[in-house]
Write a protein that binds this ligand. Sequence first.
Ligand code: NDP
Ligand code: ZN
Length: 350
Amino acid sequence: MYTAIGYAAQSATAPLAPMTFNRRSPRPDDVAIEILYCGVCHSDIHQARNEWGIAVYPLMPGHEIVGKVTEVGANVSKHKVGDLVGVGCMVDSCRHCEACAADLEQYCLEGPTLTYATPDRIDGSNTMGGYSNSIVVSEHFVVRIPEKLDLAAAAPILCAGITTYSPLKHYGVKAGDKVGVLGMGGLGHMGIKFAKAMGAEVTLFTRSASKAEEARRQGADHVIVSTDAEQMKAAAGHFDFLLDTIPVQHDLNPYLETLRFDGVHILVGLIEPIDPAVHAANLVMKRRVLAGSLIGGIAETQEVLDFCAEHDISCDIEMLDIKNINQAYERMIAGDVKYRFVIDMATLKA
Ligand code: NDP
Ligand code: ZN
């Protein structure tokens, strides 16, 4: 067993605080990793505060993990000691169902084991995430970080990157398509870069007019201020795809109206009931599709890392001292981060 340290929440109302705990010794197919960097996803906040009602405490968030392999189990063949690797939102799945067989472990029919706050499939212990100095994960769920990528800036690709890349790919976004990205935070800024790299004409929908210039720097061709009813109306019937990263309940109807017929509105940000209700006419009358998407499988996570290396795509990050994690959460809720906090795990030792 390893003695590990990290930051965890002890309840839905407690701030994150240091905690010492045990990580298992590697099983035959496990890789032990010294964590160097971990991105801070809005899901970490939802979970630490039990906003989805599924939290288990102590809860140690973190699923945008980059680190170095320190030990491997006897049967490991994919990684070796010293390799630079990543771990995203999942650490296990049943590995034999239809979804797992199709490299879609995130849709495992038995439910994937998430990187934190999920029972381990073998010993039942509560998984602990990447706000920590180490992690032990089955090799199948560990990906390789391409040499070309900056390690800290690569961390958010493990969740924000794959979550936005996967649906754009699945729905076949191609050159000339008109794609709208809703919200420019961690996911949204990556969504802009990917849609642009796929050749689309990209528009950011934002509440913050002040983000317009930044959005253009990320690759957006146009910006619509979503709180301006006139601007929303002027975009009626325009888009092929909307990638919706907004993390709270919001009215989808004005956005649906900006889709052309056969347009697709893809939800990735909301994991709650849609409220206010969607008017079915906004779908039926134009054969529009309202869809959802969850992260991406392990093979596709490797694919998006390689895609980023090939297309020189990286996340815009602010390095974070782990001692400031609670203030960072408040800044994220206020939309005040450009555009992903990444914890420098060296600050955990200090
Ligand atoms: P961030 O906080 O980094 O960004 C969210 C953005 O949404 C903000 O920057 C803001 O953009 C916009 N926004 C925030 N609050 C509101 C509001 N009240 N009304 C309208 N827009 C708002 O979050 P992330 O990008 O990390 O995550 C986004 C969501 O995606 C979270 O709910 C997260 O849990 C979820 N998620 C889902 C995954 C999946 O697999 N489906 C995987 C990972 C995350 P602006 O200022 O431009 O308006
Ligand atoms: Zn995430």
